[in-house]
Write a protein of this length. Sequence first.
Length: 368
Amino acid sequence: MTALRPERESGAHGYGAGDQGTSYGGQPYGVQGAYGDGWYGRAATPDPHTGGAEDATAQLPAIDEETVALRIPDPPPRTTREEAPPAGGRAARRKAARKRHGRRGGSHKAGDGSTAGRAAGNASEGATGAPLSRVEARRQARARKPGPAVVASRAIGEVFITTGVLMLLFVTYQLWWTNVRAQAQAGKEASDLQQDWANGERRPGAFEPGQGFALLHIPKLDVVVPIAEGISSKKVLDRGMVGHYAEGALKTAMPYDKTGNFGLAGHRNTHGEPFRYINRLQPGDPIVVETQDKYFVYKTASMLPVTPPSNVSVLDPVPKGSGFTGPGRYITLTTCTPEFTSKYRLIVWGQMVEERPRSKGKPDALVS
């Protein structure tokens, strides 16, 4: 066996008071230097700073690799800081484990939203190192709740935002969608009217309210729009058509009458807006009314830029303010002004200069 060895030779059987025995290397144990030339082979030197007191550790022998075969190894140095076990029961230990390793055991990356949220919500836990009690957690939850003023301001803000969105949708509907829908309806009415004329279906002399009977052409403005009986918003004007004043005290003449004033009304904005740009007409600009049998050609004569809606004298057989002095065959176009309001009315007058049968073809105003 080489692991354990005796410290004396087998020949040394004993020793008395004068015999101190022989070391394993052949020298007596009592002889100076028997253990070598190290510190353990010399007498201890008094320490001048301690007044001659001997260092207790100087009397201990060094560890001999040859004679000490079995010993406990030194523990390895710690490379990572170990956290103290969390105080509390099983719930506290689970909560601490979730904070260290994440809810599902995986580590969270820096900047992770869930980790950041838990760190912000458990600020006091990070300071003390212990989980919050239920009372403290509830107290912090109540502190994080918004106050009545914050809730009221949020509600008012949401109301304003909703109102703004609804107003934007309404404006979009009024300025865009009503035009799209009205122009489609007016186009269909004009197509049906021309189809009836081509098929020889004759229109009666008296028309029902909302019934189309003619087409209005304003070449300068590139306007072609059906003319229907009456000025009802729902049946006529909002469908993109032009209405003929034909009811009650506002009843006006028809184009084929020998004398009189043919009065028309139309929207200036929204719902097809056929009269939006009639303020651009100049004296002499043609206005054509097309019926099943004839074309009636008018020339623009004058304009009244602003007048109250109650001024119905503009529809008289000889309209006041038009410059006409006697009976004739006139046309009056009426619409709202300024744009996007209905506070006042804009009036344009014209005088007939030609009555042309359809058999002779279109008039020059529609050809050129």
